[in-house]
Design a protein around this ligand. Structure first.
Ligand SMILES: O=c1ccn([C@H]2C[C@H](O)[C@@H](COP(=O)(O)OP(=O)(O)OP(=O)(O)O)O2)c(=O)[nH]1
Ligand SMILES: [Mg+2]
Length: 145
């Protein structure tokens, strides 16, 4: 467990792992009025949460499968990236991909957040890359199925 500083300006509980093996913590909407999204409409949902990740960590904002299948609502930039030096409010860009209007209520769990480690690299500019069996093959190169 890595301790991470968090400010919670919402009246909802801190995000938590729902089960011992959960990778993500659900994020609740922190809104004063119900959001209604028409088909293909998008909006930015506030959470009231501000975090201070250690360098080398990121938070990924991902859709919830239940929300996607029940309402057709997904995170439009999934996976959203929260940088370790970001000190603003975590907000969730969502879109209604269903063909009817959908609503989001205060406290509704609209997305989930996975905290992950990432590398930081420095480039070494070269004129040739190491040879591999794949080479430049991609995009279905290994077969039809
Ligand atoms: O789903 C998201 C994605 C990003 N952010 C915040 C945290 C992140 O550190 C910052 C910038 O995100 P990103 O780099 O994806 O956006 P950008 O359009 O490249 O903005 P910037 O130029 O500020 O980096 O916005 C969120 O609150 N929610
Ligand atoms: Mg950016």
């Amino acid at each position: 467990m890595t301790p991470v500083n968090i400010i919670n300006q919402s009246h909802h509980a801190l995000p938590k792992y729902q089960t011992a093996g959960s990778a993500g913590m659900d994020l609740c909407a922190f809104i004063s009025e119900t959001i209604t999204l028409q088909p293909l409409e998008r909006t930015l949902v506030p959470t009231g949460l501000f975090i201070e990740l250690p360098q080398g960590f990121e938070a990924q904002i991902r859709p919830r499968s239940g929300m996607s299948i029940k309402k057709g609502i997904t995170v439009i930039n999934a996976p959203g990236t929260i940088d370790s030096d970001y000190r603003g409010e975590i907000k969730i860009p969502i879109v209604n991909l269903s063909n009817e209007a959908q609503t989001i209520e205060d406290g509704e769990r609209v997305a989930q957040m996975v905290i992950a480690k990432h590398e930081t690299v420095s480039w070494t500019e070269v004129s040739l890359l190491g040879e591999t069996e794949r080479g430049a093959g991609g995009f279905g190169h290994t077969g039809a199925n």
